[in-house]
Design a protein around this ligand. Structure first.
Ligand code: LLP
Length: 415
């Protein structure tokens, strides 16, 4: 359910008017709906029904401690890709036995921290990584559960920066080489080769490539079992998209999971998924205030106080984010670029967008910003990172305060 709706011309998140949050916390500010996040998690969890499963939220999408705590309390596992993510999720009360560690460049200290925490499994992406995990597990006197990440060479039909499942990408081990890699990995006495994983890309609006990859991975599992490998789990990654543009339709989580369920049923496998965007994207908006209107040549600009350092998706992926005025202003009468204060032409939130009449001081909500928004923000142009707010029904709390100028220089020394 979309938690952002107008009530008496005022845009609300659940039961809280966004204008109230903007007035009290200031802008730019991220606002997240707790119920949407939990609902999306439950959609995954419930649709798997009776088959053993684990929904490992890909916390790279939004790693605010309050968001992690909500999901941990709901029973989620977590997909991490760094020691920093491990630190965050443990702080938030995540259960280490439900953590999978993905990523192509895990360092020795990161692997060791994960072994110390007792995570569920490592999704391994290369043979040298297998050897390193084996050595570190030996030193600790533990066994490490492993799923080799295979690259099924499926075209994910998404932006080329976030497609990962073709052989030209740095990710995983080619499917054709996977069996040999498992054979060679038998020499590592401290590894338990009990899983296979894959992740083919992000923002997939159609589940067909995800299901095609699942078929290829399940066929590999049968071949590995025939060779005597005791494969217990399959991790099918994340990737399900959400609608950003008005004409797009969000693929239903439950439909996708039911299709996975049908494929995995009866195979004695625990199935895992690593969704990020589909859990948090629609839960969040970025609030920004209109500073100025300006015309140069024939072009109209709305200059706002949020910029590419706050939300880089438009600049980086030409991403579209719907923009809604927090106070309803009627039909669109204006076509403009919505831009921020950063000194780059690439600093835009929307281009040639039809908008209602906007005046300085008007607050805008940049929609579908709950995933890959705050986490990809920076302090470029010495701009302080935005505040984050979590709404639960009629209650709201600041879950990350706006950075201060002192935060900006922490650790620096003017010699
Ligand atoms: N698992 C692995 C191994 C991943 O690399 C990713 C995302 C996920 C799971 C979660 O995928 P999701 O369910 O969120 O699609 N910054 C980009 C998206 C990058 C995705 C990177 N990997 C964006 O703003 O669109």
């Amino acid at each position: 359910m979309n938690p952002f709706i107008y009530k008496e011309h005022a845009l609300h998140c659940e039961n809280v008017a966004l204008a109230e949050i903007a007035a009290r916390v200031g802008t730019p500010c991220y606002v997240y709906s707790a119920s949407t996040i939990v609902e999306n998690y439950h959609a995954y969890d419930e649709a798997f029904g009776d088959i053993p499963h684990m929904v490992c939220y890909a916390m790279k999408a939004n790693s605010n401690l309050a968001v992690l705590r909500l999901l941990a309390k709901a029973g989620a596992g977590f997909d991490i890709v760094s020691g920093g993510e491990l630190f965050r999720v443990l702080k938030a009360g995540g259960d280490p036995s439900k953590i999978v560690f993905s990523g192509v460049g895990k360092t020795a200290p990161e692997i060791d921290e994960a072994l110390a925490a007792g995570i569920f499994s490592f999704n391994c992406e290369s043979e040298p990584e297998l050897a390193l995990i084996d050595a570190l597990a030996h030193r600790r006197g533990v066994k490490a559960r492993i799923a080799v990440r295979v690259n099924p060479d499926v075209d994910a039909d998404t932006h080329h920066y976030i497609s990962t499942g073709s052989l030209e990408h740095k990710f995983g081990i080619a499917l054709a080489e996977a069996e040999k890699v498992y054979e060679r990995a038998r020499q590592h006495a401290n590894l338990v080769l009990e899983g296979v994983s894959c992740h083919i890309g992000s923002k997939l609006m159609d589940s067909a490539p995800l299901l095609e990859a699942a078929d290829l991975v399940l066929a590999l599992i049968e071949r590995l079992r025939a060779k005597g490998f005791d494969i217990q789990h399959v991790d099918l990654g994340g990737g399900l998209g959400v609608a950003y543009e008005p004409e797009e339709v969000t693929p239903a989580i439950r439909d996708y999971v039911r299709q996975l369920h049908a494929k995995v049923q009866g195979r004695s496998l625990r199935v895992m998924v690593e969704p990020g965007r589909s859990i948090v994207a629609a839960s969040g908006v970025l609030l920004a205030k209109t500073l100025y209107r300006k015309k140069t040549g024939g072009k109209e600009f709305v200059i706002v106080d949020a910029a590419m350092n706050d939300l880089i998706r438009p600049a980086l992926y030409s991403a579209y984010h719907e923009i809604l005025p927090v106070r309803a202003r009627g039909a669109a009468t204006l076509r403009a670029d919505v831009v921020g204060p950063v000194c780059e032409t690439g600093d835009f939130i929307a281009r040639d967008r039809d908008l209602p009449e906007l005046l300085p001081g008007d607050v805008l909500a940049v929609c579908t910003a709950g995933a890959y928004g705050f986490v990809q923000s920076s302090t470029y142009n010495a701009r302080r990172r935005a505040a984050e707010v979590l709404v639960e029904g009629s209650e709201w709390r600041v879950v990350r305060t706006r950075e201060t100028y002192d935060d900006l220089i922490r650790g620096e020394e003017a010699l």
